[in-house]
Design a protein around this ligand. Structure first.
Ligand code: ADP
Length: 261
């Protein structure tokens, strides 16, 4: 039936038999749809009031009301943060409903240079940032989404690495594709948290994450963008030593510079 979602599993049963298990999961799919629509609607409805509040706050000059300056600055910072959460939720809703991406060439040389600059701007000289690009290949996919995913890993590396640490952005070939990775010498992540890291709002330490200015949605966005590009996220981390976040792209997603698409 077109409106029913059936989950089918084939299990070994005895020595020569198989057990076919069919479960009707239509109600779960419907609930999931309701949840998605709800989040998308709420985010959308919050956008306009937030823009208005933020706009008016920008109009007030703290110098005109010096006694309120700290309050004003905090209000501005918080409304900006809320705006970022709403934008990230809207991005996630779009990525969740999207089935595939419009393929375009994503030239890697300029993108990697931009990512490095972003890291340096965010770090403000507090870290040593290096780029090691040995793969001379471009990506095929959505330039905007790939940029936001790859850039998320860079900003996490900066935000979760104390001053004096090192950050290395790499782009290299593998046997059947290419890997983009970001290595940091930061706080690291205990193994017990790794499996849940890409869930929305999941945080290892909520106080540290809040201070660092993230929305808690970054890695969910990364995971969805990579899924849409048939790529895989791999996380290696050692608490107190640092982490490496790697995105594995297969050959179908690679283009040699200069070749037609
Ligand atoms: P946030 O906005 O909180 O950074 P993310 O989805 O980007 O949200 O990351 C989820 C959590 O994963 C973070 O709160 C942090 O605890 C952990 N994390 C992400 N990247 C790193 C990293 N490079 N080093 C250590 N912890 C990290």
């Amino acid at each position: 039936h077109p409106n029913r979602h059936i989950n089918v599993t084939l299990l070994p049963f005895g020595r020569r038999q198989r057990l076919l298990l069919a479960r009707d999961i239509s109600h779960l799919t419907r609930l999931e749809q309701i949840r998605r629509d709800f989040v998308a609607n709420v985010s959308h409805e919050l956008r306009t009031p937030l823009t208005v509040i933020h706009g008016y706050l920008e109009l007030i000059d703290p110098e005109d009301v010096p006694e309120l300056a700290p309050v004003l600055n905090e209000m501005r910072a918080q409304s900006k943060r809320m705006g970022q959460i709403v934008e990230d939720l809207l991005t996630l809703s779009r990525l969740e409903t999207q089935e595939h991406v419009q393929d375009e060439r994503v030239p890697m040389t300029p993108l990697l240079a931009t990512l490095r600059k972003e890291a340096e701007a965010l770090s403000q000289g507090r870290h040593q940032v290096t780029l090691e690009a040995t793969a001379d290949v471009d990506l095929l996919g959505s330039p905007k989404d790939l940029h936001s995913a790859l850039s998320n890993l860079v900003s996490n590396a900066v935000r979760y690495t104390p001053t004096g640490g090192r950050i290395v952005i790499r782009w290299r070939r593998t046997a059947d594709g290419a890997v983009y990775s970001v290595t940091d010498t930061g706080y690291g992540i205990p193994a017990s948290h790794l499996a849940r890291l890409t869930e929305r709002f999941y945080r290892v330490s909520s106080s540290r994450s809040r201070e660092s200015g993230g929305t808690g949605l970054g890695l969910s966005i990364v995971k969805h963008v990579l899924n849409l590009h048939q790529a895989r996220l791999d996380i290696q981390s050692e608490p107190g030593q640092g982490s490496t976040f790697s995105c594995w792209f297969n050959n179908q997603r690679l283009l040699v510079p200069g070749d037609p698409e």
